[in-house]
Every structure is written in C-alpha cells, then in structure tokens.
Ligand binder design. Structure first.
Ligand code: SDX
Length: 428
C-alpha cells in the first residue's frame, strides 16, 4: 500500500480507493470494490490502463525502452547467459548456480522426447497445414498423453508439466516443420544444447551427418531469450485467463499459442518479412510508408509500433545486431536487411511515426535472421511460441500460486436491446 488513496466523485457522492505502489513503475488504483461501492464498472477496451495482476517476473518501461527479467536488463541476460539459464531465472526468480543450472538442464534434456504415439497424431493434418495450427493442436493434445501432470493443485505435477512443456514444445515444433516439408521426424539428441538440438531436429536428415553451425545456435539461443517473456501481453493474458478457470496447463499454453498467432501479436514476424518482400527494394519504401499512414488503407508497417514501447524496443536492437552476425557468418548481403534498415530510417524521421511514437519492435528484424538460418516464414511464429512457452508457464505458475487468484470474469457496458416480448413465428 502507498498510504495514498484516490477519490472518485459521481453525482456529488465521493468514493475512496486505495493506491498501491510496486517496487518500480506506475502505481495502481485498487478498484476491486468499485462496483460494490458505486454500482458502476470501469471501461477500458484493450486494457490500456488496466493492471490485471501483481507480478514479480518481467518489468517493462515503455517510455524508456526498458525490459528486465526478474530485475536483470534484457541485454545482460541475452549476452551473459543462455536460454536454459533464462528459463531457470524466469521460473524460479534467481540466476542458477552452476550446480542448479546443470540439474535443470539435465531435467529439461531428459524430457525432450514426446510420446511415440504423438507422431501418428500429425498424419491427420494436411501437409500444407500452417505449422501454427499443428502447434495449437499438438500442445493441447499433450493433456491426453501426459495426464499424470494435469493436477494444477499439486506443485509436483505443476513442476513436471512445466519442464515437460519447455522440453517438448521444441520437439513438437520441429515435428510440425518436418511434417510440413515431408521429411522424417528427427529425434532429440541429449548431447546437444537446447538451441542446437532444435536446429538439428529441424535441419538434420537420416541420410547424412548434420553439423550445427555454432553461430546459428548462439543466435537462435539469443532469439529464444529475447522472446521468452514480456509481462501481460495478449497471449500471456490469455494463458492467465484460461488458467484462472483451473484448466490444465497444456490447454492453457495451447490457448496462448492460439492468441500469439495473430498478426498484431506474434504473427507480426511472419507478416513483417512478407511486407519487406513485397516492398522489395528501397526505392519503393515511400509508397509503403504513405500507405501505412493512410487511414483508408488497412496496411500497417508490420514489426512497427507497440502497445507499451513508445521508444525503441530494446529487443529490436539486439535482433538487428543478431541478423548482421548471422548474415556475416553466411557471407551474404540480404537485400531485405537493406530495405529494413532504410525503412526504419525513413519511418523514424516521418512526423506520422514520430508523433505516434512508433518504433521497430522485436518482430521487425527477427524474420530476416530466421530466414537466413533456413526457416520458412510459416515457422517464424512457431519459434516465437517455442521461446514464449517458458514465459507463459512462469506467469501461469505465479497466477496459480497467488492467494488472491480468482477466476477472471470481466464485465461489460451493455448497449443492446432492453427487455422486449417474444413474438411467435406466425406473427413476424
Ligand atoms: C508483439 O504486447 C506485447 O508485449 C507484444 C510483444 C510480446 O513480446 O509479447 O511485444 C510482441 O506482439 C509486438 C507487436 C507486433 N505487432 C506488429 O508489429 C503489428 C503492427 N503493429 C500495430 O498493429 C500496433 O502497433 C500494435 C498492435 C502493436 C499496437 O497497437 P495499439 O497499441 O492498439 O496502437 P493503436 O493501434 O491504437 O495505434 C496508435 C496509432 C494509430 O493511429 P491513429 O488512430 O492514432 O491515427 O498508431 C497507428 C495507429 O493507426 N499505428 C500504426 C502502426 N501501429 C500503430 N500505423 C502504421 N503502422 C503501424 N505498425
């Protein structure tokens, strides 16, 4: 509590509400008793001014372009450690000691195989099914194969389900990719690190040895860390809302994947690359910038703008640097990177974008990097879901363990018909 309160005056009656303060960031007005005291709801479509929960996991300052996992700045976590360490930090709140790291990595590694029967599950899909449709279905179906870890009230079951998802979602993602391209599934290898294992499951074939490129593995590992968590974004809020009903963890994460798929959210990396391909060359940038500004044109600059960041997305800077590293390793100059850098420059000097504080977000450069590694655009959001699984799980666990937790059930401003009498069909 901040000791402060907020006063609301309606029809000359005043109501007091406590102001709560966090360890940093905006204070909140606790309106949980507003309806009981005033008979009124608040109205906040898109939740632009609404804190849905208390959390200790991730902090974002949109104006300053700050992102911290458990207090550690994202650039330090991405540069200093690896994704397994990031998973441990998000799940348990502290950086692991070497012994804790090795024990956790060993637990994840030993859960990477999926139930053999799941491979038959895939054959029900058309080969050209979008891999995200397969991810939504297969992660949800984990509840049918791992029913022994669905009791959300059992902390041991919660821990097993958490590790199973962190370990098996990459395997399912690689299977979705292999199924899509008509190649045989490649089993996980326990002697590979997380990112290398994923690259191997995606790009190895049974007929020859596949050597993981260490530059790609390091870049992918960093991409996973950058995408791991992001406070109460749309898909995380979906996971929390699904979890608040007591749904099993696999169903909740599947709901998060479904929400992430949207082009306004995690689908933006696929949409951003398609946009860069459509622009094609720097001389066409002005035409597309004008379209993005035209209210009558639904076109938006994909990978630009953010609900929270009104400054540069700190992840975008690291993503741009990573794309240069990967392209440098390949010795290629991707013309789309030139288009992206030029588009960013033009937009950041255009009044429309400056006025609305629209900057590149994480999705603006990620597609260039992933395409250079050999992933098709249809896999970009799948990779985002692989990385975000740990964030969704950490947030889900925090919600389940929150003593204040109740089923999420927003209200509405009703603007439909008031009561009227039913007329039988013969009288209509
Ligand atoms: C992610 O929430 C998270 O944390 C998400 C994420 C995470 O890690 O979980 O960071 C991942 O989803 C990143 C965002 C990826 N999406 C995109 O890149 C899609 C393009 N961006 C836009 O759709 C938009 O910027 C949103 C959805 C990201 C944010 O939308 P808001 O906050 O609802 O902002 P808005 O739509 O109200 O836009 C404000 C103004 C509007 O103009 P006016 O009506 O004021 O004249 O800015 C304009 C918008 O038209 N605008 C854009 C624009 N984004 C906003 N105009 C052109 N191009 C854009 N990209």
């Amino acid at each position: 509590m901040s000791g402060k309160s907020a006063t609301l005056i309606v029809d000359n009656k005043s109501f007091e509400f406590p102001v709560l303060d966090g360890s940093t960031g905006p204070e909140v007005i606790d309106i949980s008793k507003l309806y009981a005291q005033t008979g009124m709801f608040t109205y906040d479509p898109g939740f632009t001014s609404t804190a849905s929960c208390q959390s200790t996991i991730t902090y974002i300052d949109g104006d300053e372009g700050i992102l911290r996992y458990r207090g550690y700045p994202i650039d330090q976590v991405a540069e200093g450690g690896d994704f397994i360490e990031c998973c441990y930090l998000l799940l348990y709140g502290e950086l692991p000691t070497r012994a804790q790291y090795e024990e956790f990595e060993n637990r994840v590694t030993r859960h990477t195989m999926v139930h053999e029967q799941m491979s038959r599950f895939f054959t029900g899909f058309r080969r050209d099914a979008h891999p995200m449709s397969i991810m939504v279905a297969s992660v949800g179906a984990m509840a049918a194969f791992y029913h022994d870890s669905t009791d959300i009230n059992d902390p041991v079951a919660r821990e097993i389900a958490s590790v199973r998802m962190i370990a098996k979602v990459p395997t399912l993602a690689a299977m979705a990719y292999k199924y899509h391209i008509g190649q045989p599934f490649i089993y996980p290898k326990n002697d590979l690190d997380y990112a290398s294992n994923f690259l191997h499951m995606c790009f190895a074939v049974p007929c020859e040895e596949y050597k993981v490129n260490p530059v790609f593995a390091r870049a992918l590992d960093r991409i996973f860390t950058l995408h791991a968590d992001h406070e109460q974004n749309a898909s995380t809020s979906t996971v929390r809302l699904a979890g608040s009903s007591g749904a099993n963890p696999f169903a909740c994460i599947a709901a998060g994947i479904a929400c992430l798929w949207g082009p306004a959210h995690g689908g933006a990396n696929e949409a951003a690359l398609k946009m860069l391909e459509e622009i094609g060359t720097p001389d066409r940038i002005p035409e597309f910038v004008e379209r993005a500004k035209d209210k009558n044109d639904p076109f938006r600059l994909m990978g630009f703008g953010h609900r929270v960041y009104k400054n540069y997305d700190p992840r975008a800077k690291i993503m741009q640097q990573t794309s240069r590293e990967v392209l440098g390793e390949l010795g290629i100059k991707d013309p789309l990177l030139e288009v992206a850098v030029e588009l960013e420059k033009v937009a950041l000097h255009d009044e429309y974008f400056v006025e609305r504080k629209l900057y590149p977000n994480i999705d603006f450069y990620s597609g260039i990097t992933l395409r250079a590694m050999g992933f098709p655009t249809s896999m970009f959001t799948v990779l985002f879901s692989v990385a975000r699984t740990v964030g969704w799980i950490a947030q889900w666990k925090e919600m389940i363990e929150d003593p204040e937790q109740r089923i999420g059930r927003p209200r509405q401003l009703y603007r439909g018909e008031v009561e009227r009498s039913y007329t039988s069909l013969d009288k209509r």
